[in-house]
Design a protein around this ligand. Structure first.
Ligand SMILES: [Zn+2]
Length: 158
């Protein structure tokens, strides 16, 4: 089923985290409702790879471009993690003064916060670059990240 994911590292089309799932750009449920037929194909022109979190966020919303899907994920991540994102930033000198137990907690919090920030940032870049499904797979074949690939193409054009 997940043939595309056999490779060691593939990245989520939206947030850049590790991909674990195929994301149907036209949701399977839409085909079932609209065309009244089962559709389980994983044609490369209909799917991209994503992490389970992004796939869960998009669910079966009919959002047909990768850029708008990424923008949708960014928005939802910001809402879901608003508490974490507004938590204070601790600098190293402040952290040096903390007890070990608290330091561990604060470090873990900071780490989670920066992971979310990075995922949102990646989504926003994808939203701006508006890649096509074809370009996603080209980057996959070239074994470079989608952002890196799109930046390379743009530099070649200009
Ligand atoms: Zn993701």
């Amino acid at each position: 089923m997940l043939d595309f994911l056999k490779r060691e590292s593939c990245f989520c089309c939206y947030c850049g985290d590790f991909a674990t799932e195929c994301d149907h750009v036209i949701p399977v449920s839409w085909y079932q409702r609209t065309l009244k037929r089962r559709r389980t194909s994983k044609r490369k022109d209909e799917v991209v790879l994503s992490c389970s979190s992004c796939n869960q966020i998009i669910k079966d919303n009919l959002i047909c471009t990768l850029g708008t899907r990424a923008a949708f994920v960014a928005e939802r991540l910001a809402i879901a993690h608003r508490k974490r994102l507004s938590s204070p930033h601790w600098d190293t000198s402040e952290m040096d003064e903390l007890e070990v137990k608290i330091l561990r907690k604060v470090s873990a919090m900071q780490m989670k916060k920066s992971l979310i920030i990075n995922r949102i940032r990646h989504c926003n870049i994808i939203a701006k670059l508006e890649p096509s499904i074809e370009e996603f797979w080209e980057s996959y074949e070239a074994k470079v990240s989608l952002v890196e690939y799109l930046t390379q193409i743009k530099t070649k054009i200009s």
